[in-house]
Design a protein around this ligand. Sequence first.
Ligand SMILES: [Zn+2]
Length: 268
Amino acid sequence: MATDATTRRRPRLLVVVAHPDDETFGCGSVLLYAAAAGAVTGVVCATRGEEGSPAPGVDVPAEGLGALRERELHDAAALLGVSEVVLLGYRDSGMDGAAPPGSLVAAPPDDVVGAVRKAVTAFDADVVVTLDASDGHRDHARMREATVAAVEGLPVRVYLHCLPRSLMRRWLAHHAGGDAAASYEQFPDLGTPDELLTTVLDTSEHLPRREEAIAAHRSQTSPFEGLPDDLRQAFLGRDHLIRAVPAWDGGAQEQSLFAEEISLRERS
Ligand SMILES: [Zn+2]
C-alpha cells in the first residue's frame, strides 16, 4: 500500500502572527489540535512585542520587555507542541501614533511579504493560520495582508482566525453588566460576522494545555482574564476561521483542517 501511515507525509501547519502571545491567545488551541492530528507545527512571529503593556506586578528585565516576551513565546510554544519558532525581527508598531523606526508597519509591505513567503517556504507549510485582525490592531492587519499575499502560487491554504461577532457580543454584555443592547450599539463592528465563518473546530479537549500556555505569557494580561466559566469555554473551546486561500466558494462549514488535504495528497 502506497498510502499507509509509514509513507504518508505528515501535514505541516504554520501560525504566522505579529506579537508573542498572538499564537497562544489567538491560535493556541489550533496548534494543539494540529499537533494532536499528527501535524508538524511552527510559529512565525514578526516582532518581540516591545510595545505591549506589562501586566500589573511584572518586573521588566533590564534587557527590555521584548526579551521577556520572546522567552515567554518559546515557553508557550513548547507547551503547545510547536517544533519551530521563527522571529522576523521587526519592531512592534504599537496600537497607534507614529510608527517607530524598524517597526512592522513602517517596513515596506513587500519586505514583509517576502519575509513571510521565505518562512512559509522554508517550513514547507501546507496550512497557514493568521489572525483576521478584526480587533483593529494595525500589526495584526499587516500580517494578515502579508500572509495572504505571501502564498501566491504556492500549494498552501490560508485560514484567518476569527472571534465571531455573536461571541464578542456576549463578551461586551458581560463587561457591560448584562446590558447587551447598550454595549453592542456602541461597538457594532466588533468581531467577525458569523455568516463569514467557513470553518469551526471543536478544540475543547485541548483547553487545559491551552490554559498552561496562556499562563506562560506571564508579562501580559490575557483577554480571557476574569471571564465566567461559560464564556471562557466559549472562547477557548471552539475555534472559528475563515478560509481565505483558496477562496471559499460556499457549501457546508468545514470541521477539520486536514482531512481533505491528506486525501488530496493521497490522490496525487
Ligand atoms: Zn498581537
